[in-house]
Design a binder for this molecule. Sequence first.
Ligand code: COI
Length: 354
Amino acid sequence: MSDLPNDIKISKVSESKISNVDFNKLDFGKIFTDHMFVCDYKDGAWQTPEIMPYQPLTIAPSARVFHYGQAVFEGMKAFKDEDDQIWLFRPEDNHDRINKSSHRMAIPEFPKDFFFEGLTQLLHLEKDWIQKGKGNSLYIRPFVIATEEAISASPASTYKFMIICSPAQSYYAGEVKVLFAEKFSRAADGGVGFAKAAGNYGAQFYPTSLAHAKGYQQIIWTDASTHEYLEEAGTMNIFFRVGDTLLTAPNNDRILDGITRKSLIQLAKDSNIKVEVRRVTVAEIKEAAKTGELKEIFGAGTAAVINPISGFEHAGDKFDLPKLDNSYATFFKEKLMNIQYNVSEDPHGWRYKV
Ligand code: COI
């Protein structure tokens, strides 16, 4: 256990960069706020955290993160309501998940009090970077890297836990079409697919760039052994609406335990929308697309929120999805955002006031 870090060392910037930022034209994850949170692990313990001006790091080229990818991260968002109050959404789940990811990657877990105190102090400093209005948020990226100078292939003895923040609007600009994976895989049984391990994401870049070249923004990954079951989209979990029923894959050790995903499953139950959490086959989705029963596909994730998919391809067969007036994607996005932006009741206690 840790002592509460009431002595977080804080050094502020002399001048904020905020006046140079056009908040109406944000490319996702390109602009960072004035400060960052840093906490080092050494001698078997997390040290006193610091908040300091956002700046480059000096890390030895032999640091294990560069050689073995011993690194994990999280994605969270802060929202501002009409009364200038700042809210996080289910942040305890992000803390739990980064520690699950860390555990799998042999990284020491990060104490909860450090996590919450660091986030709170950082967000208070950066409050002007959180813009009001639905669709505006501050994307928060906690991450941990192995810093020990040593290139034998074993876990490090020193780490850096950091939090950086980036003002955000939408993750995807424009329509999203997807390719169902036939050859490449994102994760295997017993692997790290459930974790937000950095390498999980890096390994998707090459196949995704091939998909891009064919006009698809994302791949929907299928199970590695048969490629018959639809799993997740890498940046998002994935939902299918067949008739009026929502289908999504169950969590397993290949699929990220998405916070937006589980919130949507709950919201669907609250709204008496039938949800089936079960394995979903490529064959049934193609068949439903042919018969017109497939009404929607959408992705759900922190960065992407709820993103409709306008079409897909599998084995050379291409399908376009209809544009619906009353889509589930719009319905759930509205419901979710009303909770996130403190517009509606929060029956499940998901909001966290900073
Ligand atoms: C998030 O939604 O926060 C993620 O971590 C996905 C990321 C690859 C942008």
